[in-house]
Design a protein around this ligand. Structure first.
Ligand SMILES: C[S@@+](CC[C@H](N)C(=O)[O-])C[C@H]1O[C@@H](n2cnc3c(N)ncnc32)[C@H](O)[C@@H]1O
Length: 206
């Protein structure tokens, strides 16, 4: 193959991606119906997601859709040693990797189930923050609404449900449940992303 040939360069790039363990992309391509992303999120997006969290306290955090743990690793680094992080992930390949990676980590509990079951696992007002990477736009509307109301229910008053999305497609679903929303945006992600930081008000109806 000629060195200036398009396919030669494409082949080189693919080899580069694979050799650099960017297997997130491979899994994402294979299981695109659940994942709906071609690249893992950036640290810049992570910073926007957690900007309201006070990491000096012991926290109980829930993460929906950790994927290849791009946020989880940072949460582990930032939280106190007695904090707890509950992960919900439905992709079997990511679940196996998460279980292997965190098998000796006392902060982490992994549920290889949909976020929708969170309602059966936590008490009302018991969670400090819910961080969600779920591809809401591709989840059935009833399930989205259920996931959102469960998240509000399990959150402590004044704490946040945080979700990112590329096009604000589920703004209305989110507004119907959390009417106190702060929007953030980061261009430093691929694709650039919006972040909804939604506060559960003390006097809000559950
Ligand atoms: C866009 S990826 C996000 C991965 C990673 N957190 C990031 O930001 O790069 C979405 C993740 O949500 C998971 N997911 C999709 N639907 C889910 C559901 N109902 N419950 C739990 N996880 C789900 C997918 O398997 C995938 O790992």
């Amino acid at each position: 193959m000629q060195k200036n040939n398009f396919f030669y360069n494409l082949n080189l790039s693919l080899n580069f991606l694979i050799k650099n363990k960017m297997w997130f992309n491979k899994i994402a391509l294979k299981n695109y119906k659940n994942i709906w992303s071609l690249a893992r999120s950036s640290k810049f997006l992570y910073k926007k997601m957690v900007c309201n969290i006070d990491f000096s306290k012991d926290l109980k955090l829930v993460e929906y859709g950790p994927g290849d743990w791009v946020f989880t690793d940072e949460l582990i680094k930032q939280t106190t040693k007695d904090s707890k992080i509950y992960l919900f992930e439905i992709d079997p390949y990511f679940c196996d990797l998460l279980k292997e990676k965190y098998k000796n980590n006392s902060k982490i509990t992994i549920y290889d189930k949909s976020a929708i079951i969170a309602k059966d696992l936590f008490d009302e007002n018991s969670i400090d923050c819910v961080l969600s990477s779920l591809p809401l736009a591709f989840i059935d509307d009833n399930n989205v609404n259920q996931i959102l109301s469960t998240s509000k229910n399990i959150l402590k008053p004044e704490w946040n449900f945080v979700q990112y999305q590329y096009f604000l497609q589920n703004k209305n679903n989110i507004k119907n449940v959390f009417w106190n929303i702060n929007y953030k945006f980061t261009p430093l992600n691929f694709p650039p992303a919006f972040v909804y930081v939604c506060q559960k008000k003390l006097w809000a109806k559950i």
